[in-house]
Write a protein that binds this ligand. Sequence first.
Ligand SMILES: Cc1ncc(COP(=O)(O)O)c(C=O)c1O
Length: 390
Amino acid sequence: MNNNYIPYGKQDINQADIDAVIDVLKSDFLTQGPKVPAFEQAIKDYCDVKYAVAVNSATSALHIACLALGLGKGDWLWTTPITFVASANCGLYCGANIDFVDVDPVTYNLSVSKLEEKLIKAEKDGKLPKIVVPVHLCGQSCEMDKIHALSKKYGFAIIEDASHTIGGKYQNKKIGDCRYSDITIFSFHPVKIITTAEGGVATTNNPILAEKMELFRSHGITRNENQMTHQPDGAWYYQQIELGFNYRMTELQAALGESQMTRLDEFVQQRHILAKRYDELLKDLPITLPWQHPDTYSGLHLYVIRLKLDQISKSHKEVFDALRAKNIGVNLHYIPVHTQPYYQKLGFKQGDFPNAEQYYKEAISIPMFSKMTFEEQDYVVATLKEILCD
Ligand SMILES: Cc1ncc(COP(=O)(O)O)c(C=O)c1O
C-alpha cells in the first residue's frame, strides 16, 4: 500500500519559481507592473503569435474572447459536452444561446462530422453559430484544419479552448499560434501544464481583437488617446469606452508564469515519457487507452482510460472508488455539460449527445503530472491491474 496520496495532477515548482515570486514581493509593483507584459511576451514568443492578453483565469479569457468577437443576445455558441463548464458558460455570460456538438468516440474531442451535420441543419433553420469553441481535451488538438474550413463555409468564429494544451502542437506548429482560429485560450490552474496559481491567457493575431480583449480585462478603460472620444484632459486622464471587468493577472502570478515557461518543454516531454510508459504497462488490461491523432503532439494534461465494462466484473463506480481507497486521486473529465442541472433547465436532456454520455460511463483520468515518479506510476498500474483482474 502506498501511504502517499497520488493526485491526478499537480504543479511542479522549483527554487527559481519561488525566487521569481519573492522578487516581485520586494519590488514596487504587485499588480500592473512589468511582469505581465513580460509573461505575455514569453507566451507570444513560444506560440509564435502576435498578441497575448493575460488574465486571472481561463474562464475570464473565454469571456473576454466572446465579448471581443461580439457575442450577444440571440447569438449561438457551440462547444463540446465533454469539457469543463466554463467552455459553455462564457456564452451564457454574454446572453447568447448554447448548443453542443457530440464527441468523436475515438479522440473524445468535438466530432467534425457531427459538426458538419449540425451546421447543415442550422443553416436551414437560420440558427448558425456565431462562435464554435473546440476544446483540445487532455491536451490533444481537435482537427483544426477541418473545423477552420467549416468556419469559412458557414461564417463562424473559432475560439480554441486550449486549457489543457500549452506546449502541445498541431501539424507540427505550436497550439496558440491561431493559424486555424481567431483566439486561443490557455489555463494556468495548478493541475495544468504550467501554473500561475490561477490564471489564463488569450492569444490572437488580430490587432482589433487584442485591443478589445485588453479593454474588457480592465473595466473597459483606456489610457490610449487614439481610442478616446476627445483629447485627454490631462496626464491623469482615462476613459471608459466599454463595459469591462477586473480580470487582471497580478505581477506575482505573471512572474511565476514567466519562470514556469522556461521549463514548459521539459514538463511536456516528461508527460510524454509517462504516457508512453502507461501505454506499454497497461496495454493488456481490459481498458481503452488514449489514441493520438497523427497530426497532434499532445500537451498531455490528462491520461484518460476507458473501462471495457463488458470484460470486467466491477462497475465503473466500483473501480473508481477502489482506486481512491488505495490513495490514487483519480478523477473524471468530464461530466457531460448538457447533463448539469443548470443546462437541463435550459432544455437539454439525457440522451441528447450519446457518445459523450457513453464516454462518461467508462472514463477515468489516472494520475499524470511532470513530477510523478516511475515508482508512483508502477503503483498506479499494479493497483489498477489488481482491481480490474481480481
Ligand atoms: C477545458 C477547460 N476550459 C476552461 C477551464 C477554466 O479554466 P480556469 O480554471 O483557469 O478558469 C478549464 C479548467 O479546468 C478547462 O479544463
